[in-house]
Design a protein around this ligand. Structure first.
Ligand SMILES: C[S@@+](CC[C@H](N)C(=O)[O-])C[C@H]1O[C@@H](n2cnc3c(N)ncnc32)[C@H](O)[C@@H]1O
Length: 221
């Protein structure tokens, strides 16, 4: 699949896939969106928990993992992060995104390169507070006997990849959520919200990042 680099409105880069006519992040601002959706309205809500487990669907460029690792360092909380990815980004292209040059936090450059260079299908200690398990598989064939406190659902949008939003896949992902766990996504589709309610979750409609009216979170009550 051909991948091209594109600059987004906040100056951060993203990847564009011409074949799907889809970006990896919002063109209104990649870092801004990732921070709003997955940090502020995601992991930030677990501020009182000592150790937090995260499952990400679509590790992609590792931007969400990077922001989460920085958050864990700042908050001195331990995060075990499982990043699922069917089609890994080539390392060379991944480095060209230069997220470390835009995020000014201490050690960001080291964390960014450790995430990119971490081997697949094994656990890597990226920092003393953040471990990463990069796992290469499609969600459709994933067999994982593990549950998580947060699920970052960062698949391509329903227009580009409708199959990632069907009820069976959402049900499979929700089955990996701990009691009191949180499902987080940028997506605001009514069908997704209805499916989450059918699965017994308490759905929240949250203001989206700049350029998007709403996003969705849901608690496994
Ligand atoms: C919106 S992008 C993710 C962006 C990523 N979170 C980041 O910060 O760069 C969606 C990702 O889902 C991956 N993907 C597509 N189909 C998949 C599947 N069936 N199972 C797992 N991952 C898939 C794509 O390769 C892509 O990396």
């Amino acid at each position: 699949m051909k991948r091209e680099l594109r600059e987004t409105a906040d100056g951060s880069m993203t990847i564009y896939i011409p074949e799907l006519e889809e970006h990896y992040h919002s063109y209104h601002g990649a870092i801004q969106e990732a921070n709003h959706v997955f940090i502020v309205n995601g992991i930030q809500r677990f501020q009182t928990k000592d150790t937090i487990s995260v499952f990400e669907l679509g590790l992609g460029t590792g931007l969400n993992a990077l922001l989460t690792a920085i958050w864990a360092e700042k908050n001195k909380q331990k995060v075990n992060y499982f990043g699922l990815e069917a089609f890994p980004v080539e390392q060379k292209l991944n480095f060209e995104l230069k997220y470390d040059s835009l995020i000014t936090d201490k050690k960001c450059d080291v964390i960014f390169s450790k995430i990119i260079l971490a081997p697949w299908n094994e656990k890597t200690e990226i920092t003393s507070t953040f471990s990463l398990y990069k796992y290469q598989s499609k969600i459709q064939t994933l067999q994982l006997d593990q549950k998580f406190d947060i699920i970052y659902y960062d698949a391509f949008g329903p227009r580009a990849q409708e199959e990632m939003w069907n009820f069976e896949i959402i049900k499979k992902v929700i089955a990996m959520l701990n009691p009191d766990g949180l499902f987080v996504t940028y997506c605001a589709k009514g069908q997704l919200r209805r499916d989450l309610k059918t699965l017994g979750l308490a759905v929240e409609i949250i203001p989206g990042p700049p350029g998007k009216r709403e996003m969705t979170t849901a608690w496994n009550i």
